[in-house]
Every structure is written in C-alpha cells, then in structure tokens.
Design a protein around this ligand. Structure first.
Ligand code: EPU
Length: 427
C-alpha cells in the first residue's frame, strides 16, 4: 500500500497561507549544533519528514534531540562520535552537512554518503577539496567520506561553482580552524546567511555573509545559542506560482519577499499583480490567464533550480511559448515527462525545455520523482480537468508542512488516499 493525493482540477486558490522555517536552512542549523557542547535551541522548525531524519543523524553521533512543535533542542555532548553512518544518512542530502562540523570539532569524520532527491549527479568533490585545503585528508571508502587531520588551518579556497553544500561544510570546518579562511565563489543563498548568523551567535567570526567571498577567522570554541529559522522561500514561491496558475488571490506570510525578488518579478511579467510586504510576505493576484515567460535557473540570486518544476507547470497553462533553461541539475527535466501525461505541450533538448501553453491540462496518474516535482504535479493537477492522482507523495512530505491542509484551506480539493498503485512506473 502507498499514499497518493487525489487532486481535483478547476481550483482557484484564495486566502492566506503561512510559511514556516526553511527546510534547507534548519537541517544545516541542526548540523551546526554539533560545533558547541551544550543545548542549542532552534525555533520556527518546519514539521516535515527531513527534520526527524536529521535528528536521527545527530543522535547517531551522540546528541540528544527533542522536538516539540516548531522547537528543536539539540544537546551536544563533550564527547561526540566521529562516525555518522546510521541508515538515516542515506535518506536525505543534508545529512552530509555533519561532515564539516565533525572535522572541525574532532579533526576526523566518517560520514556515510548522503541520499536525497534523484535530480542529477551530486558529487562531493568541492566539499572534499575544501577540507583538504584546510589540512584534512579526504577519501571515499566503503560508501563513506573519510576525513582526518592533525589540525585544521585557515586557507584560501576557490569553489568551481557556488555550491550550497560545499560552502556550508567548509564554513563549518573553518570556524574552528586556526587562522583565516577565505571562501571565494561561495554560495549566496539566504540559507547560507542564516547559517552564518547562527554561527556568529555561537561565537564564530565570519564576514561577507550573502556575498561571494566569506572570510572566517577561526576561534578555539563555540557556545550553544537560540536561533529562529528564516522562512522557506521555496515553499513561499510554491504558493506564489499556485496563485498565478489557478488565477487566484493568495497572501503568503512568514517569508521575506526580498528572497524572492526575481521570482515575484517573473510573476508580474506573467500578468500577476504582486504586492510585497517588507520582511513579512507578499500577495499574488492573477486576473486572467498567465502570459508565457522564460526562466533560467542559476545559483542565488538567480532563479532557483528548486522552482524549475513550477516554472514548467506555470508555462504549461500560460498563453504563449516559454523557454526554460536548467543550469544546475541535468535530471530535473524528468518532471516534464509527467507533465506531458497531464497534457502539457512540452519538449526538452539538452538543458532547455520549450513549453507551449495549453488552455487546460487533463488529469492522469502521475509520479513524483522529488520534492519539488511532486509539488509541481499537484499544482498542475489543480489546473487539469478531472481528478489527478499524484503518487509517491512521501517526496512532498519531506519538504512541505501541511501541504494538503493548506491547499484545502485555500479552496482546493486535495485528498490523501492510501491505496495500491495501479500502474508500475517504468525504470
Ligand atoms: N556540485 C559538484 N560538486 C560538489 C558539490 C556540488 O559538482 O562538491 C554540483 C552539483 O552536482 C550541482 C551543483 O553543484 O550541479 C549545485 O549543487 P549544490 O551543492 O549547490 O546543492 P546541494 O547543496 O546539494 C542544495 C539544496 C537543493 C538545491 C541546491 C541548489 C539542500 C539540502 N539541498 O543542494 O535543494 O536544489 O542546493 O540550490 O540544501 C530541494 O530542496 O528540493 C533541493 C534539492
């Protein structure tokens, strides 16, 4: 038996929805708690599957983790294990973010290779090269990253690409290294700023958060802190796209609209009336069918690859033809095959997709291949004639708290159903 969503087509989303803490921030902040002995408290945590999974990862190295509503308390002992190879490691990508803190604190780590979404190749070469520059050895052995150092020292590190995960791991090792580390071509995502903010609260010395050059002065030790996670811009943007696609009127709170400047501007180009409320949220009103716009994914402040499925889904029902270019994950266009099942007129060529908008999609059983693809199929289902079954919804549960409840509150009809799938997905 497995779960799917029945998504009833023809919805128009209207109302207000609150966004809570960002998945891609909270999981890294939880890893950062390893850097300080004592109890770190993180609030505004989203209630999604990945948070308890990350808690299991931390427990496996000796932490106590207590989750109570939106508050997670992590008690890190003086003596941590350097081995993070529990089964939870393989269930999410962010588990690899314990590597930097473990190497920083213990000067050695054995960290099982992470899991995560099937969205394309996700090597760790930049993580490893960064640690090597800091003075550690790093190799992949028996499915684990093995890193060891006599001591860590500051270094000048140039990243080939502004990788989010590599920036985070190198940063979390460098905060306890001796001397100054400069990370050039660092990722600039708001979640990186959030991590830098928390590390600074813990006593780290970091300059340049939010720019492509991070300068870290190593300190001897860090202390625990209390920190509130920033709102999830990807979830916020999901609601923005949902409003536009369903020609609705949705107010989104709990997310900084400046984290979505480019996204909201794209929706304005699509014909939406967008109002931003400084630091608080935004409202998207779409009157009439959206107009086709082009999208190009890039690291922040470019258009996030995590939003590419929504760009495709919006284009599928827009008036005109859109070109969507994927520059970060080559396999993310797999989502388009499922969109075609729903009647989308779309084709891909390398890392470009051309989508000719149609007036109405038509329902079909479809399969989520990752978190964002799953949510994208639900939004497409809202614009399809009939009832669309979206399968493998555990992907969606990894990233979207109370997704079905929120959709229904906004006027959609979406039901979570437990049943036997009647189609076997082709490999
Ligand atoms: N890359 C390398 N070598 C490395 C690291 C990355 O070649 O050592 C490449 C990747 O293959 C990819 C690109 O660099 O082509 C970007 O990867 P990045 O390291 O920035 O991504 P990540 O840290 O693994 C995070 C998010 C993803 C999001 C990407 C890009 C988390 C847990 N995941 O992954 O989020 O797509 O950044 O913004 O923070 C999601 O939430 O659904 C999701 C997949």
């Amino acid at each position: 038996m497995s779960e799917h969503f029945d998504v009833y087509g023809g919805a128009r989303l209207v109302g207000e929805v609150e966004v809570v803490g960002a998945k891609n921030s909270v999981l890294k902040l939880m890893a950062a708690a390893l850097l300080a002995e004592g109890t770190t408290t993180i609030s505004n945590c989203p209630q999604i599957l990945d948070v308890p999974l990350m808690a299991d990862v931390l427990r496996s190295v000796g932490c106590e983790v207590e989750m109570n509503g939106d508050v997670t308390r992590i008690t890190t002992p003086a003596e941590l294990s350097h081995r993070a190879d529990s089964p939870a490691m393989g269930k999410l990508r962010a588990s690899v973010c314990v590597l930097g803190p473990l190497v920083g604190r213990l000067k050695r780590a054995v960290v099982a290779l992470p899991g995560g979404d099937a969205i394309g190749s996700r090597p760790l070469d930049m993580h490893q090269n960064g640690l090597r520059k800091l003075g550690a050895t790093s190799a992949i052995e028996h499915g684990c990253v093995v890193a060891e150092a006599d001591g860590l020292h500051g270094a000048q590190i140039w990243l080939d690409f502004p990788s989010v995960g590599a920036t985070e791991n190198i940063l979390m090792a460098a905060v306890l290294a001796e001397g100054t580390t400069v990370i050039d071509n660092a990722a600039r995502e708001p979640e990186i700023i959030d991590l830098c903010t928390m590390l600074t609260e813990m006593g780290a010395r970091i300059e340049g958060a939010g720019t492509s050059t991070l300068t870290v002065e190593g300190v001897d030790s860090l202390h625990p802190t209390e920190h509130r996670v920033i709102g999830d811009r990807i979830v916020g943007a999901t609601w923005a796209f949902a409003a536009s696609m369903t020609q609705g009127d949705v107010t989104v709170t709990g997310v900084d609209p400046h984290h979505l400047d480019l996204v909201l501007d794209k929706l304005r180009l699509a014909g939406a009336d967008v109002t931003a409320y400084d630091g608080k949220g935004f409202r998207v009103v779409q009157d009439g069918r959206p107009k086709a716009v082009d999208f190009v994914t890039l690291p922040y402040p470019g258009f996030a690859t995590d939003l590419q499925p929504f760009a495709v889904a919006l284009s599928a029902v827009s008036d005109g033809t859109s070109m969507i270019t994927e520059n970060v994950y080559e396999a993310r266009f797999r989502f388009i095959e499922e969109m075609v099942r729903l009647g989308a007129d779309a084709r891909t060529d390398g890392h470009h997709a051309v989508v000719r908008g149609v007036e109405r999609l038509s329902s079909a059983p479809v399969w989520a291949s990752d978190i964002r693809a799953g949510a994208g199929l639900v939004l497409a289902g809202l614009c399809a004639e009939g009832v669309t079954e979206v399968w493998d919804v555990f992907h969606i549960d990894r990233g979207y708290p109370a997704f079905v409840e929120n959709l229904n509150r906004l006027g959609a009809r979406v039901e979570r159903v437990t049943a036997e799938p009647d189609r076997v997905v082709a490999e």
